[in-house]
Design a protein around this ligand. Structure first.
Ligand SMILES: *[C@@H]1O[C@H](CO)[C@@H](O)[C@H](O)[C@H]1NC(C)=O
Ligand SMILES: *[C@@H]1O[C@H](CO)[C@@H](O)[C@H](O)[C@H]1NC(C)=O
Ligand SMILES: *[C@@H]1O[C@H](CO)[C@@H](O)[C@H](O)[C@H]1NC(C)=O
Length: 322
């Protein structure tokens, strides 16, 4: 989300939360966690806009420690990460100015391939994208070479072929634009599933869906954007999110909450507070930035949430009231 705030260390977890929430990890240095991926082995991969180093954390270990996985050259910030083939990840590497929340003049975003299938990580630069801010990243079901990256600056979605390096704007829509000057962010998180692209727009405070159609070298926009939800209150904004097996979205909602958006039987969408405090007053989620579900049977209803204050929290989305 790239909102750099000075935040004190985590205090005791109080729960306004509807779903049980636990602090899994607190970075002692307040490392800003931007995004995450969950490996099939259960470990988390964590990106930070304050570091070119990808870190890993085993959430099953109590009081675990961050370990370095790989440090990308020629960048200072990592944003989106997604597994697009088994234990093979696309990672966005940039040099971001955290005041403007845009690339340092003269630098571009790069897509790297990071393969973790053998003992030593194998990293390969794949594409340079002339974007001031590539943010969230999604795989595309059925197109194993393709990833989609949200351009929060111009309000567009790039498709990047991770085999050939071909990168192009696949979708661009007013609903993806910030509609406000820098450092405002338009489209932020995105997930392709069931022939559609779900995305958040942070400045417009919206969660939306658009149909995907087959297009030149991948996908293109297949219909009009439909807004499915707007943040409440207006002082909160949607950041990146995870979708569960029922097609519901669990959206990191700074300053302090996780919002659940869900389809109703009549085709409209509802939303409710899933965890935290929308006003950010309870210090549980401090600037939540993204979420991802566990992969094992035991953890498939566990939502891991990263925050700008260097926290990793787990939300038991299968659990009842606290
Ligand atoms: C967690 O680890 C840190 C650093 O190793 C240590 O200082 C702290 O006491 C540990 N906390 C608990 C609850 O074990
Ligand atoms: C990093 O930047 C240096 C200097 O511009 C360049 O020579 C080198 O090829 C770059 N490395 C990568 C992996 O992009
Ligand atoms: C859909 O259902 C919700 C919840 O029951 C209701 O509030 C809403 O008015 C309904 N909308 C339509 C278009 O039927």
């Amino acid at each position: 989300m790239l909102n750099l705030l000075l935040i004190s260390a985590a205090t005791a977890l109080t729960a306004l939360a509807a779903f049980p929430t636990q602090l899994v990890y607190q970075s002692p240095s307040g490392l800003f966690f931007e995004n995450l991926a969950v490996r099939s082995c259960g470990k988390l991969l964590l990106t930070s806009v304050l570091s070119p180093t990808l870190h890993t954390l085993d959430p099953a270990v109590s009081n675990g420690t961050l370990e370095e996985v790989y440090t990308f050259p020629n960048g200072t910030s990592l944003t989106g990460i997604v597994e697009y083939q088994p234990d093979v990840y696309a990672v966005i590497v940039s040099s971001l100015d955290l005041t403007t929340r845009r690339a340092v003049l003269g630098t571009s975003a790069k897509l790297w391939r990071l393969e973790l299938t053998s003992k030593a990580p194998a990293a390969t630069p794949i594409a340079v994208v002339d974007s001031k801010l590539l943010n969230g990243l999604s795989a595309v079901p059925g197109l194993p070479d393709l990833v989609l990256a949200a351009d929060s600056d111009i309000g567009a979605v790039y498709s990047i072929n991770m085999r050939t390096g071909a990168a192009r704007i696949a979708l661009q829509d007013a609903a993806m634009a910030a509609g406000a000057p820098t450092p405002a962010l338009g489209i932020n998180g995105l997930r392709a599933r069931d022939g559609a692209l779900y995305f958040t727009n942070s400045e417009k405070r919206t969660f939306a869906r658009v149909a995907l159609a087959a297009g030149r070298g991948g996908v293109q926009q297949g219909g009009a954007v439909r807004v499915l939800g707007t943040t409440m209150p207006a002082t909160s904004m949607y950041d990146d999110f995870a979708m569960d097996s029922e097609g519901r979205a669990w959206v990191a909602t700074p300053p302090g909450a996780v919002t659940l958006l869900f389809p109703r039987a009549n085709g409209t969408w509802g939303q409710e507070l899933a965890a935290g405090d929308p006003a950010g007053g309870d210090d549980v989620f401090m600037q939540p930035s993204s979420g991802a579900f566990g992969r094992a049977e035991r953890t498939e209803k566990t939502l891991y949430v990263t925050t700008g204050a260097g926290q990793v929290l787990s939300v038991n989305t299968g659990g009842g009231d606290v």
